[in-house]
Ligand binder design. Structure first.
Ligand code: SAM
Length: 254
């Protein structure tokens, strides 16, 4: 059976964890182990069905990319939550996949749900602490998570240090704005959490510009603005993510 490997003091993030969990409960996103095992599939009547269809399309795209490009990688899934995507990547790619998060309740539910998945590890830790070895991962996934980090530049520097030479960070399902769009987006977030009854959550949710990542020269694996993506979304009504999938590489040689 899988148990969460605690590599940090779990009291360090207690406040952020508490408000995050209250929000997740209010949004109906705290799922049973059975439901977690089904993700990204949810019932047609699920209030978040559209979002999960998008997450499913992203997961398929990541698997397709990694299958063709990096067989059996050693993966770090940063901000894995309960680890549903980590578990799928471990299984589908026959990979070793470490999901890391600083939310112990999410991780404990993940350990309950995915205890039999080979190659999967769940680690409690702050990614900025020495909780995993430097230069040890082929791939780092940052899925629907960049917006929970205040400083993407500092984060990407840290993640590059954790990659093997030639390794890649894949950023997916994160809104990346034009700089001038950020004040209005931040205001929408503030209004949303206030309306939900948890205004403090807005302090933990950040808005980043695509330009914030420019220094890392990201490549694009999926571009939501391409003609094909737009036709897929609008004409064929495919549930494609409105956000890009980016790849940021650590050079083979320093
Ligand atoms: C919305 S969740 C993403 C869930 C998951 N990746 C998915 O695709 O469904 C973002 C996660 O990032 C985690 N996180 C934020 N700061 C972190 C840090 N410094 N170290 C590790 N995890 C962190 C949060 O605890 C949260 O669970």
């Amino acid at each position: 059976m899988l148990s969460v490997d605690y590599r940090c003091d779990p009291s360090s993030f207690a406040d952020a964890e508490a408000v995050y969990l209250e929000v997740r409960r209010a949004e109906g996103r705290v799922l049973s182990p059975e439901a977690l095992r089904e993700l990204p599939l949810v019932a047609a009547g699920d209030p978040h069905v559209r979002e999960w269809r998008i997450r499913a399309a992203t997961t398929d795209r990541l698997i397709g990319f990694l299958r063709g490009h990096r067989p059996h990688p050693h993966i770090l899934d940063l901000g894995c939550g309960p680890g549903w995507m980590t578990a799928i990547l471990a299984r589908e790619l026959e990979a070793t996949a470490i999901g890391i998060d600083c939310n112990r309740s999410e991780l404990e539910r993940g350990a309950e749900a995915f205890g039999t998945v080979e190659g999967l590890e769940l680690v409690y830790g702050d990614i900025f602490e020495p909780v995993v070895d430097p230069a040890s991962f082929d791939i780092i996934i940052v899925a629907a998570a960049l917006q929970y980090f205040p400083d993407p530049h500092a984060l990407l520097i840290r993640l590059l240090d954790l990659l093997k030479p030639g390794g890649e960070i894949l950023v997916a399902d994160t809104p990346l704005y034009r700089r001038e769009e950020i004040p209005a987006a931040a205001e929408r977030t503030r209004a949303y959490y206030t309306e939900l009854g948890f205004p403090r959550m807005a302090e933990h949710y950040h808005h980043h510009a695509l330009d914030d990542l420019a220094a890392f020269s990201p490549g694009i694996i999926y571009d939501p603005r391409s003609m094909l993506s737009r036709i897929g979304r609008t004409v064929f009504r495919r549930p494609l993510s409105p956000f890009p999938i980016l790849r940021i590489s650590r050079p083979e040689k320093p």
